[in-house]
Design a protein around this ligand. Structure first.
Ligand code: GLC
Length: 615
């Protein structure tokens, strides 16, 4: 009996041991399957079977809790993907979004879907978002554009005055309302990231980016920058917030002529050597205002300060912006800005940029190389896990805070909000408040709407492309009337009554005119440009424009020169021959705002946001 009991005991022991071995092998295999699926496109291993939410997907938790939960689940490759900002046309294959778990894409100026319609934009961006749904963690994509004066890439969007004109309004409430309108038009096409406002301080009118600024007064730039951020980042029922980006940190407007690292430019992307005191008191002030307004991201510029490229400036990015000012959002580098740190050594550039405080890299093209560099730098601990997690946490925090995890796809139900009549009227209000009267010593204005003979001429009289300037459909802007809107000429014709005769010749050739017309209006100024392409040493009117003014003077009793330009143009040499000089800056598509003040329906209220000597 005893022997039987012994055998039975040993059998039971062996059975238990076998079961234990089997269980441990099978669970190890399961664990291994999980780690393998980390890098695969398998439908998420993490998702609970019954579709209940994981903590990071639970909007009832705080954004910080969600960030921590999500970060704890992320692999290194998933983290690197969140730090990459790729321009859409450099995507080798749309599936690379899922393959590389990319966290952000952008449309550079002129990088448009086909067709360039609200449907075209929505379908394109939704197709990108769809890719993220194939990844393990399904982190939604940020899509960014430069809606610096309206959704400028989209044909048919309302184009507001560029910031230099908005600076002349000195009207924070107006600027906030513009931000709200622009955000609506962006959201309607699934875009929740705007690389605006520029908080640069204009110090040298020769700079091609002067018109992108609110002017040269730090206090004015701060107030209007805050207002625009407030408007753009307005919360909206069950729609993500549009994230603003304060740019170009720090002191992009303080560079010296002839120091650009771009061989074709002179000021843009140049060197600044102003004192730290000046950098702080003048150029940092608007960024402090933006941080207190809760701006979600800040873009490091392509310029240098004291010989150091901004994307690699640890003192300004980490010491000042993150530690001293407590910026909790994320810092994004500008176009190729990281590569510019050391053009001959991508590895050194990326390590320097990330360790200096860049959280997201606007690569914008070779993302595969970016991944290789990041893997190597992390493996060698040239970039620490701590820095990696800090950068990714900042990016994820913004995504949670703007509501991107709750809604990242766009339906077509909001297309009606694009170029709404109310947006056109808002743009018209902005135009009339931006127009500045530079000279009217004979009190020629306001013009009469009736019983008058008006001659209109000039390169910018009937040209929405010139009215809109750069960052409109194309990076360098467009020529002619390819977009909807009201030109200055059309506005004049719509304003006067039937007893007034309006005649137009772009070159001011009026052979039929024998008696002097009552009024001649020369609408002249600058061709569209953007960034360093607009760096120009001599700021004066073209020969053609001067000829138009001369011809019109011969045919009119009173001569008005209306300037369509992005910065103060030197008109001292023609000032004495002209009765009225007005600047409308770059007013955008609503030219009627100009005639509202010229014909007296509204007073001139615009105040120069930048010095413009005309004597
Ligand atoms: C440009 C500009 C920057 C813009 C970015 C993306 O180079 O410097 O203002 O936001 O690229 O288009």
């Amino acid at each position: 009996m005893l022997a039987f009991m012994k055998i039975k005991y040993i059998f039971l022991l062996l059975t238990g041991l076998f079961a234990l071995i089997y269980w441990s092998i099978s669970s190890a295999r399961k664990l291994n399957e999980k780690s393998v699926s980390t890098y695969s496109l398998e439908k998420n291993e993490d998702q609970p079977k019954n579709n209940s939410k994981l903590p990071y997907q639970d909007s009832s938790l705080s954004s910080e809790e969600r960030v921590n939960n999500l970060l704890s689940r992320m692999t290194e490759s998933e983290k690197i993907g969140q730090m990459a900002l790729v321009e859409r046309k450099y995507l080798g294959n749309i599936n690379d979004i899922a393959q590389y778990k990319l966290g952000a894409l952008l449309s550079g100026a002129g990088s448009l879907p086909e067709p360039n319609t609200p449907q075209g934009w929505t379908q394109m961006i939704n197709s990108f978002q769809e890719q993220t749904q194939q990844t393990r963690l399904q982190i939604p994509l940020l899509y960014g554009v430069d809606a610096v004066h309206g959704h400028g890439n989209l044909a048919g969007a309302t184009i507001f005055p560029h910031q230099i004109g908005l600076g002349a309004t000195h009207d924070e409430n107006l600027i906030k309302r513009i931000g709200e309108a622009v955000a609506k038009e962006l959201r309607a096409t699934g875009i929740y990231w705007n690389f605006a406002p520029s908080l640069d301080i204009a110090t040298d009118n020769r700079w091609g980016r002067t018109y992108e600024t609110f002017g040269s007064n730090p206090d004015l730039v701060s107030r209007l920058g805050r207002a625009l951020i407030q408007g753009l980042q307005t919360t909206s029922t069950n729609e993500p917030i549009v994230m603003a980006t304060a740019k170009h940190y720090l002191g992009a407007g303080a560079t010296k002529w002839g120091t650009s690292t771009n061989q074709f430019y002179f000021l843009d992307q140049g060197q600044s050597t102003i004192t730290e005191e000046k950098l702080r008191s003048t150029h940092l002030t608007p960024f402090k205002a933006a941080i207190s307004e809760g701006v979600f991201s800040i873009m490091a510029g392509l310029h240098s300060w004291n010989g150091e490229k901004m994307a690699g400036h640890s003192y300004l990015l980490t010491e000042v912006l993150k530690n001293e000012l407590g910026f909790k959002g994320f810092i994004v580098s500008d176009w190729h800005g990281v590569n510019q740190i050391n053009p001959t050594n991508k590895y050194e550039s990326v390590v320097k940029a990330i360790n200096s405080g860049i959280d997201m890299v606007m690569i914008p093209d070779d993302y595969k190389e970016f991944f290789e560099v990041m893997y190597e730098a992390l493996a060698k601990e040239d970039i620490s896990q701590k820095r990696l997690n800090d950068a990714v946490s900042r990016i994820l925090l913004a995504k949670f805070q703007i509501g991107l995890f709750e809604k990242s796809f766009t339906d077509q139900e909001r297309f009606y909000e694009i170029d709404l009549l109310s947006h056109k009227e808002l743009a018209r209000e902005a135009v009339r408040k931006s127009v500045v009267l530079l000279k009217d010593t004979e009190h020629v204005l306001p013009l009469s709407k009736n019983n008058s003979h008006i001659l209109v001429a000039g390169s910018s009289a009937d040209n929405l492309g010139r009215q809109s300037g750069g960052w409109t459909i194309e990076w360098q802007g467009i020529n002619g009337n390819q977009i909807p809107g009201t030109t200055i000429l059309q506005a004049i014709k719509q304003t006067v009554d039937t007893t007034t005769v309006v005649e137009y010749s772009e070159e001011a050739k009026f052979p039929q005119i024998t008696d002097l017309a009552d009024i001649g209006i020369a609408v002249v100024g600058e061709k569209p440009y953007a960034e360093g392409e607009g760096d120009q040493e001599k700021l004066h009117l073209s020969t053609e424009d001067l000829l138009v003014i001369e011809r019109l003077k011969q045919k009119s009793k009173k001569l008005i020169v209306l300037l369509i330009c992005g910065r103060p143009i030197d008109i001292k040499n023609i000032n004495h021959d002209i009765d009225v000089i007005i600047t409308a800056w770059l007013p955008g598509t609503q030219g009627s705002g100009v005639t509202d003040v010229i014909f007296g329906d509204h007073p001139f209220t615009g105040i120069l946001p930048i010095a413009w000597p005309i004597e």
